[in-house]
Design a protein around this ligand. Structure first.
Ligand SMILES: [Zn+2]
Ligand SMILES: [Zn+2]
Ligand SMILES: [Zn+2]
Ligand SMILES: [Zn+2]
Length: 209
């Protein structure tokens, strides 16, 4: 399953992508020193317990954590307006989301992010590097790469890609079902959620819409 680098359009697997993006950004940007030039922060975001769901983004230095929160909700998470939080170690005090990212991140630093404190989706956000430069169109956030659909295989037949998740069965490693197996599945259809390209697939009422 290969994903695309949106800067140069080449395709890589997950680990190849992390290596490639450092090289690719290194060609387009200079590493930032202490000068006054505008900076962009390269962040690698992934689902804490499943690295197949990843995002590589560039963020303007004066953007805030709340901008990142909104971005993550829109692309991966939002179902019913749950609370979210950024922390340094997963359980410490919340970081103020009004903070500008340049005050929080430094290369090598990782934050934890949680969306929904009931059926939680947890992400790890790492600042890989800081470059001199501006994002495309001077946007607050520019996506460099997003994982291609991981195409999870049906838990029942072990052959076809899953299209729905039975929320009754998913905690017993049996809930991801292909179309055919879903039709013969014993649980109520009301318990089904669609398979979507997000680490929140199968959580709460998440449908990706
Ligand atoms: Zn590239
Ligand atoms: Zn929800
Ligand atoms: Zn099946
Ligand atoms: Zn079921």
């Amino acid at each position: 399953m290969k994903s695309k680098c949106q800067i140069c359009n080449s395709e890589y697997t997950r680990s190849g992508m992390s290596r490639h993006i450092k090289n690719c950004l290194g060609k387009h940007f200079k590493t930032s020193g202490n000068g006054t030039a505008k900076r962009v922060f390269y962040l690698h975001i992934h689902a804490t317990y499943n690295q197949d769901y990843f995002l590589h983004i560039l963020m303007k230095e004066n953007a805030r954590l709340e901008d990142l929160d909104t971005f993550l909700r829109n692309i991966w998470l939002e179902c019913c307006g749950h609370l979210s939080a950024f922390t340094y170690d997963g359980y410490g005090e919340d970081i103020n989301i009004k903070s500008t990212i340049s005050k929080i991140f430094e290369p090598g630093l990782s934050l934890s992010y949680m969306y929904d404190f009931g059926d939680t989706t947890e992400l790890t956000i790492k600042n890989v590097e800081i470059y001199k430069g501006v994002t495309e169109g001077n946007k607050k956030i520019q996506i460099v790469s997003r994982n291609a659909d991981p195409a999870v295989i049906c838990d029942e037949c072990g052959k076809k890609p899953a299209t729905v998740i039975c929320t009754e069965c998913q905690y017993e490693d049996a809930g991801w079902l292909c179309k055919k197996c879903a039709q013969n599945h014993e649980c109520d259809e009301d318990m089904f959620l669609p398979v979507v390209n997000s680490p929140r697939a199968g959580a709460c009422g998440y449908t990706g819409d």
